[in-house]
Design a protein around this ligand. Structure first.
Ligand SMILES: Nc1nc2c(ncn2[C@@H]2O[C@H](COP(=O)(O)OP(=O)(O)OP(=O)(O)O)[C@@H](O)[C@H]2O)c(=O)[nH]1
Ligand SMILES: [Mg+2]
Length: 209
């Protein structure tokens, strides 16, 4: 199946502002600037659907994107942005926690980490949260175009160790620039939707043709 239409649905800061129709959702979390919005655009072949920026903190609301009326991507605001005040940090924490904890149609959460760096304490905490709320937590290593094969191998190991990932936990390296890893991400999503009972969504080996 090829995705035909993707569109922005709405932004939310609290649960009662989220769409109510119960379509399955896949959420993207991670540090500010890690490449969440870029990944969403790359997966959907849409340049400016999710707003991206080289200035961290671009996405400050929970943004929902509809995909062919079958399921949604959810772009969560990034953490670890130094300029954000303490009050904003607390608001951010509550907003994300409420969404992860209270959203019945949330299928799974993709945690993005920059392949060039060791995960931060906040990444470790987020991975813990994701697990605690009962999700698999798929780790996506971003910006793989910036690393050599050797660096990729080494850094992947550090990321796995730092997050204390299980041996069979999935880590997918991607690049929104070169589109490396695109089909691997679609395959993982396909699998997750199917094991969660959404068999009508067929997105394996998502092809551009
Ligand atoms: N080289 C390279 N740059 C990337 C890649 N993905 C994202 N970027 C760049 O990283 C910067 C941040 O990307 P965004 O997608 O806006 O990051 P974000 O995680 O949505 O950031 P917030 O909205 O602030 O949380 C932009 O300058 C992107 O062009 C990638 O795969 N490779
Ligand atoms: Mg963003």
């Amino acid at each position: 199946m090829k995705i035909k239409n993707s569109s922005f649905v709405t932004s939310a800061v609290k649960p009662d502002q989220c769409p109510e129709d119960g379509l399955p959702e896949i959420a993207f979390v991670g540090r500010s600037n890690v490449g969440k919005s870029s990944l969403i655009n790359m997966l959907l072949n849409r340049k400016g659907l999710a707003k991206t920026s080289s200035t961290p903190g671009k996405t400050q609301l929970i943004n929902f994107f509809d995909i062919d009326g079958l399921f949604r991507f959810v772009d969560l605001p990034g953490y670890g942005y130094a300029k954000v005040s303490k009050v904003n940090k607390a608001t951010w924490g509550k907003m994300i926690e409420d969404y992860l904890r209270l959203r019945p149609n949330l299928v799974d959460v993709f945690l993005l980490v920059d392949l060039r760096h060791k995960p931060t304490a906040e990444d470790v905490q987020m991975y813990g949260w994701i697990k605690e709320f009962g999700f698999n937590g798929i780790v996506i290593g971003t910006k793989c175009d910036k690393l050599t094969k050797n660096q990729l191998f080494k850094n992947t190991k550090v990321i796995r160790q730092t997050l204390a990932m299980d041996a069979d936990a999935v880590l997918v390296p991607v690049s929104s620039q070169s589109k490396d890893g695109k089909y691997d991400v679609w395959d993982v999503m396909h699998e997750l939707l199917h094991v969660n009972g959404y068999e009508n969504v067929n997105i394996a080996r998502q092809s551009d043709k």
